[in-house]
Design a protein around this ligand. Structure first.
Ligand code: CU
Length: 473
């Protein structure tokens, strides 16, 4: 994680590579009246942006992201978003050419306080029209951002101004409402948090408040640009346009009250699952959830276009997996469209093919975990299918996977990675080295409770191949 100084240093750099499609058409004089756009080029999780003007609040931390600084102008909070092409590192060794805001996809998080008057300048440096829809906000109809319906599209090179009062506290998102299929598939989206202006009966104060967006991309191995026509069959399932092991862990202090806010701008639902703890869903897009409607969960399904806010007490030390429970979503490109070879004895076939193609490799006869450890040549600029090395070897994950790291020693306000958990003696699963008894037949095995009269059926004998003897994965 970079220091706050790095963050401030990055402020004020106007544009990054590939950005300036039509920048020249915004005149310098016109730009001088605007807050200067702040750009962030690193994919690291930035420390919370503690407010130094306006009403105070406990700021959020954006996973692999950052919060957009503002300036106060006669009591109005002014922000400047620049829609532009960006290069986003999704994990080490894999960069994607996306569209985003202020140097990154997703764009920076916008944080305000209930009752704030907010003015947002949006400059379009893309090659086509765009607009910004403030998903979930109460606002005047003409500020809602639907191109053609509420406003004309923002032409390339033009800057539009949105202004409204952040009327209700909660968790929101922003994204284009112009050529959405293309612009959202290219990564244009961001998070918005409105903090309550005073103690709120349904919004508890927390020690850590994390936010991130679920997004997805279809980028062929070796390619850089998402395929924008893909409807559901994406191959990169991302949190804030990052894939595991490129997603930072959520580092907290033992007994911290933790909040995580998750927004879904993919084209499918994601059951988000936390290990070791139970949480309450304390808020949705509609606002804080009434206390009588909360119940404990360990998985919550976040549907398309939805937001879920979960609260819990981090009272179990350790490194706890935190991931989407759709197992195809914890894999990167190349984990898809591969024939199932489990149990297929293709040793003979493989030998024949190896004579013709020496590099031919037998894939996944015993399962696919082996592939996490094999040194398979990949095209340049490709995320490993499933990878990440933990203290006990390969984690064998990709995509929407991270960890909640709970530590007694973590200082308040410290979000840095404490490294791997050191397990107390006797608290790690271990190998049984004694003898194994033969399996006994289930005692009640016999006639079913509801026998059915049938024509005699020819029994097919099925052989079960047990892979003992050649590996124990
Ligand atoms: Cu998922």
């Amino acid at each position: 994680m970079s220091s706050r100084r790095d963050f401030l240093r990055s402020a004020g750099i106007a544009s990054i590579a590939g950005g300036a499609v039509a920048a020249a058409s915004v005149s310098r004089v016109a730009m001088a009246a605007l807050p200067e756009p702040v750009v962030q080029t690193k994919p690291n999780t930035m420390p919370p942006l503690v407010p130094n003007t306006g009403r105070p609040y406990n700021p959020v931390v954006t996973l692999n992201g950052w919060t957009l600084p503002w300036r106060m102008n006669n009591g109005v909070k002014e922000f400047h978003l620049v829609a532009e092409p960006v290069v986003r590192e999704m994990c080490e060794g894999f960069k994607a050419h996306l569209w985003g805001y202020n140097g990154q996809s997703p764009g920076p998080t916008i944080e305000v306080v209930e009752g704030d008057r907010v003015r947002i300048f949006v400059t379009n440096k893309l090659g086509e029209v765009t607009s910004v829809h403030w998903h979930g906000q109460r606002l005047p109809n003409g500020m809602d951002g639907v191109t053609g319906l509420n406003q004309p599209g923002i032409e390339p090179g033009k800057t539009f101004v949105y202004e409204f009062v952040a009327r209700r506290p909660g968790t929101f998102m922003y994204h284009p409402h112009a050529d959405e299929m293309v612009q959202m598939a290219m990564g244009m989206m961001g998070f918005w948090v409105t903090h309550p202006k005073e103690k709120h009966p349904l919004i508890d104060e927390v020690d850590r408040d994390f936010v991130f967006l679920l997004n997805s991309y279809d980028i062929d191995p070796g390619a850089y640009t998402p395929k924008i026509m893909t409807m559901v069959d994406f191959n990169l399932w991302t949190w804030n346009s990052r894939v595991f092991p490129g997603i930072d862990s959520l580092n907290v202090r033992l007994n911290d009250k933790v909040r995580i806010r998750i927004g879904n701008l993919t084209m499918t639902n994601h059951p988000i699952h936390l290990h070791g703890h139970e949480f309450l869903i304390t808020g949705t897009d509609g606002g804080p959830t009434p206390k009588s409607a909360r119940w404990p969960e360990i998985t919550t399904d976040v549907a398309v276009g939805q937001m879920r806010q979960i609260d819990f007490l981090a009272d179990e030390p350790g490194d706890w997996a935190f991931h989407c429970h759709k197992s195809h979503h914890t894999m990167n490109a190349m984990g898809h469209n591969v024939p199932t070879m489990i149990g297929v004895d293709h040793r003979g076939v493989a030998k024949k093919i190896t004579n013709l193609i020496p590099e031919y490799m037998v894939m996944a006869e015993r399962g696919m975990h082996d592939m996490t450890e094999m040194e398979m040549p990949l095209p340049d600029n490709t995320a490993q299918m499933m990878t990440g090395t933990g203290p006990f070897g390969s984690v064998g994950m990709g995509g929407m996977f991270s960890m909640l790291k709970v530590r007694k020693e973590q200082k308040p306000g410290d979000y840095s990675d404490p490294g791997w958990y050191k397990h107390p003696p006797g608290e790690v699963a271990f190998e049984w080295t004694g003898s194994l008894p033969d399996p006994a037949r289930f005692k009640a095995e016999g006639k079913g409770a509801m026998p059915v009269e049938r024509m005699p059926i020819k029994q097919v004998e099925v052989q079960v191949r047990k892979p003992t003897g050649h590996g124990n994965h």
